[in-house]
Write a protein that binds this ligand. Structure first.
Ligand code: SF4
Length: 348
């Protein structure tokens, strides 16, 4: 079907479109400029010009899983593995706090080395040293009891990309030991416990169709997350899917704008993948509706080792230590860097 200006205005006013309209919109670049300007208008009406900064600490690249697209999958014997000790993690937080950050994102592969007891100890330790900071976890699929224990220890936010809401696509990207329904259940558990929850997916993943993306949008509508992380699929040579091309910047930006219009209150990161796929990817992401950036706070010696995909951008403005470069980039794009805790702004 043909997309008209009225279709975009309908998305802006009703925050929704039919499947058929969304499919046509995803396939069409004619209205990108209007989409981006309306997304920017909505984002400014909820969050003003703020771009929230979160310090990202990638504390282990061990993972028991074997997602077919991921460079740190268990089956990649070529990966150089590392783990950070609780003391090293705390010292990353100290550095981040010194730089003004008030949110720390603790991310890892699914690494059984970090028992619930150890993770809770790490969380408690950070909270007691930095009580004015928020802790976001991104450590994969766990039992409801484990999620509850981390929450009780002081973690308030959790990122778990659902990756693909369509079962058939999910199953082509993951081994049989993993399931889309299991992942969705984890997100529901996290929400019911009281976390601010983030879901998300890769754009342009191998085998992904535009219909699969409609499944993702509908799943997000049913979950109503606080954060939505999307980025282009980026290939890694040491994975079974190495022959597939990277996802497209244009489609990722269009989806970011659609997400901003459908979820006005959501925290949407301009991801490192976006900054990796194009030098100005992050600025374009901000202008399409994104309002979060997560610079890397991990020790410099391990940053390149957390290579879910190759050629990861983790220096310059991607590095927490280069916050002046980042601030200038954000201001040049027309926004303001904010290092405070930056909670989601849900309508009352
Ligand atoms: S995508 Fe996540 S769960 Fe899958 S192998 Fe990579 S780190 Fe592990």
């Amino acid at each position: 079907m043909n997309i008209s200006k009225q279709t975009i205005e309908k998305l802006y006013t009703t925050r929704n479109l039919s499947d058929e309209e969304l499919l046509s919109l995803l396939a069409c670049d004619t209205w990108d400029a209007l989409l981006f300007s309306l997304a920017d208008k909505v984002r400014r009406s909820v969050y003003g010009d703020a771009v929230y900064i979160r310090g990202l600490i990638e504390f282990s690249n061990f993972c028991k899983n074997n997602c077919y697209y991921c460079g740190i999958r268990a089956g990649n014997t070529g990966a150089t593995r590392y783990r950070l000790s609780p003391e090293e993690i705390l010292s990353c937080c100290k550095e981040g706090y010194r730089l003004g950050m008030r949110t720390f994102v603790l991310q890892s592969g699914e690494d059984p080395f970090y028992s619930d007891e150890l993770l809770c100890h790490i969380i408690t330790n950070i909270k007691s040293n930095f009580p004015d900071c928020a802790i976001t976890l991104s450590v994969g699929e766990k039992s409801r009891e484990s999620y509850q224990a981390y929450f009780d220890a002081g973690a308030a936010r959790y990122l778990l990309r659902h990756e693909a809401a369509a079962d058939a696509l999910y199953n082509r990207l993951h081994p049989a030991s993993m399931s889309a329904s299991g992942r969705r259940q984890c997100l529901k558990d996290l929400k019911s416990i009281g976390y601010q929850v983030g879901a998300g997916f890769m754009v342009g993943a191998p085998f992904q169709t535009l219909s699969d993306l409609i499944h993702d949008l509908r799943f997000l509508q049913s979950l109503d997350p606080d954060m939505i992380g999307i980025g282009p699929y980026l290939t890694h040579s040491q994975t079974p899917l190495h022959m597939h091309e990277n996802g497209s910047l244009a489609l990722t930006l269009r989806l970011l704008a659609i997400l901003r219009l459908m979820f006005p209150h959501a925290l949407l990161p301009a991801t490192t993948a976006l900054a990796t796929v194009a030098p100005d990817g992050r600025e374009k992401g901000l202008k399409a509706g994104a309002n979060v950036i997560m610079p890397n706070l991990s020790p410099v010696s391990v940053r390149q080792l957390y290579d879910i995909y190759e050629n990861k951008n983790c220096t310059g403005a991607e590095s927490a230590q280069c916050s002046d470069i980042l601030r200038i980039q954000i201001e040049k794009a027309g926004y303001r860097m904010v290092t405070d805790i930056g909670n989601v702004k849900r309508p009352l």
